[in-house]
Design a protein around this ligand. Sequence first.
Ligand SMILES: CC(=O)[C@@H](O)[C@H](O)COP(=O)(O)O
Ligand SMILES: NCC(=O)COP(=O)(O)O
Length: 251
Amino acid sequence: MTALSVNVNKIAVLRNSRGGGEPDVLRAARTCLDAGAHGITVHPRPDARHIRDYDVFALAELAHARGVEFNIEGNPFAPPRPGYPGLFELCRRTSPAQATLVPDGDDQLTSDHGFDFERDAERLRPRIAELRELGCRVSVFADADRDGIERAAELGAQRVELYTGPYAEAFAAGRTDDALALFAGAARRAQAVGLGVNAGHDLSQANLGAFLRGVPQVLEVSIGHALISEALYAGLDATVRAYVEVIAKAR
Ligand SMILES: CC(=O)[C@@H](O)[C@H](O)COP(=O)(O)O
Ligand SMILES: NCC(=O)COP(=O)(O)O
């Protein structure tokens, strides 16, 4: 079954807007896991606008204590700066089960594209090897509509995470079938060379079921923005349970 990893970035956005400790990122993560989430994702940004290094340390401890997957996302080329030790150092200190490499610039509002595996190959290869030496499974963010997804395997990655922003847009515009064909094709090409397939970005209760029915063998979805937004109305526990049910029904 597809694993649900809840991205708790947005809890930290709210907390940081006032300082202090509320809402409590760790409590939110515990609630998600109690409600059936299979793991926790964070994407600490170099500007520390949401998840901070101390959140990563605390969440890693929680995930390890619960025996669930901890997934840290980030740009492997972003240099450390005060308040952001860098993706490699965070992984070295917290041993996440999975590191997801994302080619974000500092000025991006959010993630909006995957790697160009042709152009970025020689830069990525050593970073992937370093993270694997730490014991992390390495996943790389990938566009479904770009050629060359298979190259991620040659570079040492074990999984790709399909960037699902364009799928979410197509779903909202009623163009779901074409998007699903594109994403299913990308997933199959990745799987044919031994890569596992994850997916994430702008997935929601509304669009997740169709995605999982249309794209074969998605191992994990990481979901944050929509899930936390929906939880404002329905509560975090109920919302996570609803996602787990969507996943179960899509099998
Ligand atoms: C890689 C990805 O799609 C998510 O991590 C997304 O980037 C969430 O990050 P923000 O919460 O900073 O938008
Ligand atoms: N990797 C995607 C992720 O962690 C969450 O993305 P979003 O649901 O916040 O768009």
